[in-house]
Design a protein around this ligand. Structure first.
Ligand code: MN
Length: 255
């Protein structure tokens, strides 16, 4: 994890209980808590690097090789530790010293047209990858159940029809981007794709909605194992989808 090296003031952002507590850097650039009697007290480097950044990279919720033989360990490692990490670092650099440091990422995305391209690309990149890791599981695959299954059948006719629609969205996204299953404002489900690191939460999205399931179709997501065969990558994806996690996202998106 890379701490942003120097800035004058910070808020204690990632600890919900202490959200808004004031942290200030001393002249050495160390994050300090402010004591009325003692002045600035440096906090440990570990805490410093944890709290000094507006956004942080969570570890993968499973081992790099947990999705083998479907998604290979080396791709997962590079994708998370280098690509996702770079989006987080570049997002933090892009928002350093601005009010965006104190905003929720979803609020930033909802107003993304107001912000520089670096915030759009890296804020989207951070959100999208965070979602992606969490809708995958070594125990994934199978079919959705319950209200999510009913909503999929209602929108697409059947689970197989949904998968075909989703695959078409993933295949017809020219260049880099994402395919999505979303909950629209009218309460129905839709499938769409977005370019680059855009997503349906952004105010610039052609298909606005709450993303429930996303598939990264950048070549970095599949090239080591699948080379140019994006269709095989999409077919393999279904073996590792965590439908319980998608169902939870569907339930919370309806609230
Ligand atoms: Mn990616």
């Amino acid at each position: 994890m890379n701490a942003r090296p120097y800035s004058e003031t910070f808020f204690w952002k990632n600890d919900r209980k202490n959200k808004g507590s004031f942290v200030k850097a001393n002249i050495l650039g160390q994050a300090c808590v402010i004591s009325p009697t003692v002045g600035l007290i440096p906090i440990s480097y570990e805490l410093n690097s944890q709290y000094i950044m507006a956004f942080t990279l969570d570890p993968l919720p499973y081992a790099n090789d947990a999705l083998e033989p479907h998604f290979d360990a080396l791709t997962m490692e590079i994708h998370h530790d280098r690509h996702h990490n770079a989006y987080v670092t570049n997002l933090n650099n892009a928002i350093a010293g601005t009010d965006l440091e104190n905003m929720a990422l979803t609020d930033i995305l909802a107003n993304i047209s107001k912000y520089p391209a670096a915030v759009r690309n890296n804020g989207g990149g951070h959100f999208n990858h965070d979602l992606f890791w969490n809708i995958l599981s070594p125990k994934g695959g199978g079919t959705p159940t319950g209200p999510l299954a009913e909503a999929i059948n209602s929108a697409f006719g059947s689970f197989d029809e949904f998968k075909a629609t989703f695959k078409n969205a993933a295949m017809t996204r020219f260049g880099s981007g994402w395919a999505w299953l979303c909950l629209k404002a009218d309460g129905t489900l839709c499938v769409c794709s977005t370019p680059n690191q855009d997503n349906p939460l952004m105010d610039v999205a052609e298909c606005p909605g709450t993303p429930l399931l996303g598939l990264d179709v950048w070549e970095h997501a599949y090239y080591l194992k699948f080379q140019n065969k994006r269709p095989d990558f999409v077919d393999t994806f279904w073996n590792v989808v965590n439908w319980e996690a998608v169902a939870e996202r569907y339930a919370s998106a309806q609230k």
